[in-house]
Design a protein around this ligand. Structure first.
Ligand SMILES: NC(=O)c1ccc[n+]([C@@H]2O[C@H](COP(=O)([O-])OP(=O)(O)OC[C@H]3O[C@@H](n4cnc5c(N)ncnc54)[C@H](OP(=O)(O)O)[C@@H]3O)[C@@H](O)[C@H]2O)c1
Length: 339
């Protein structure tokens, strides 16, 4: 007989950058896995991935692969989530989706468990995870929002190549090697070289000159905070860093808030750590955050020309930006008796 406390779990995109971290963290966090199904495309079917010291054979993701599944973590493509997440819901399971497909759907909760866990109560079988950039951003803003309200934010993000999955990592490694050999750089994933370079483009440009990534950050932040009038304006930048998204944020609060009070509010918030001592050159960097679940915040200071606050925020895009947040959602649903 199966133990109802143990869950049948599917990881869709198990061979990808996020899927691999989901598999690792399910074991690391002692998620109550009964059966684990590793799913990917037909290209990887028959290959193996590691889970909790065991080799699991990868199967093709088909509707039938979700029979009896309690939780399906989707880390593949938006198109696949569009067709297969409803198949999970139809079979009585919960799809936790990392793609952009369902994020702005009114029927689908968009959740960061430290911020809006109550939204999970309204789920209809699909729950969406915010973009990896949005998660670090809202985690650093939530303590400030609770302390003093939010009026507007100007943000520049500096995003790692792993945000584009394995193809992004491979592009940087290949171009670094080409650069070292003195060869011309070949481009496949990004429109311009990323090695030794900085690209003011994440994803693709829209007609209005913003990138699709930038617009996601605006709408997802508003939905998570339930604040449609929140003014967020941004430039998203790709940098030659393997893992770890950074962001420089200028924050206008509704009520006055001193840097000291902001530091206190941030330090008291679960999942946020303040790393901020300019006199000792202490500030968070991408390398500091790799392999960690906390969002690190530093450089907290008053704007020289206004009452606004500057902050610098860094998070591991593959962990809190993706896998950790998705697993925390499932853990919270179990805690609430929703599954
Ligand atoms: N990377 C990040 O920091 C990050 C953060 C937040 C959200 N996300 C989102 O998470 C998802 C996965 O991203 P990633 O970075 O892990 O990408 P990735 O490294 O390119 O991996 C993609 C995965 O999707 C699978 N896949 C592709 N097409 C498929 C299909 N038709 N049917 C079944 N499986 C298919 C691939 O399987 P094969 O091996 O068989 O090709 C692979 O396992 C994307 O929606 C992305 O936007 C990524």
């Amino acid at each position: 007989m199966t133990n109802p406390a143990r869950k049948t779990v599917a990881v869709v995109g198990a061979t990808g950058a996020v899927g691999e971290v989901v598999l690792r963290l399910l074991a690391e966090r002692n998620f109550p896995v009964g059966e684990l199904r590793a799913l990917a495309s037909h290209r990887s079917a028959g290959t193996h991935v590691k889970f909790d010291g065991r080799e699991i054979e990868v199967q093709e993701a088909t509707p039938e692969a979700f029979n009896g599944v309690d939780f399906a973590f989707f880390a593949a493509t938006g198109g696949l989530s569009k067709t297969l997440a409803p198949e999970v819901a139809k079979r009585g399971g919960v799809a936790i989706d990392k793609s952009a497909t369902w994020r702005l759907d009114e029927q689908v909760p968009l959740v960061v468990p430290e911020i809006n866990p109550d939204d999970l109560d309204k789920h209809k079988g699909i729950v969406s995870c915010p973009n990896c950039t949005t998660i670090g951003f809202v985690m650093a803003l939530e303590p400030i929002r609770r302390a003093a309200g939010l009026e507007s934010i100007v943000v520049t993000t500096l995003q790692a190549v792993s945000g584009t999955g394995k193809p992004g990592i491979e592009e940087l490694e290949r171009q670094d090697a080409e650069m070292a050999r003195g060869e011309a750089l070949t481009t496949e994933t990004y429109p311009r070289p990323i090695s030794h370079n900085v690209l003011p483009l994440c994803e693709s440009f829209r007609e209005d000159g913003y990138s699709t990534e930038e617009v996601k950050l605006l709408h997802e932040t508003r939905k998570i905070f339930g604040q449609d009038d929140l003014d967020v304006t941004m430039t998203c930048v790709r940098v030659p860093v393997a893992v770890g998204h950074s962001a420089a944020m200028l924050v206008e609060t509704r009520e006055p808030l001193s840097p000291e009070a902001a530091r206190e509010a941030l330090a008291a918030f679960p999942g946020v750590e303040v790393v901020d001592d300019p006199s000792e050159n202490v500030f968070p960097t991408a390398l500091d955050v790799v392999g960690r679940d906390e969002v690190l915040v530093g450089r907290i200071r008053r704007d020289l020309g206004s009452d606004k606050l500057w902050m610098w925020q860094v998070s591991d895009n593959l962990r809190k930006g993706a896998a950790t947040n998705a697993i925390q959602i499932a853990e919270e649903m179990i805690r609430r008796g929703l599954k």
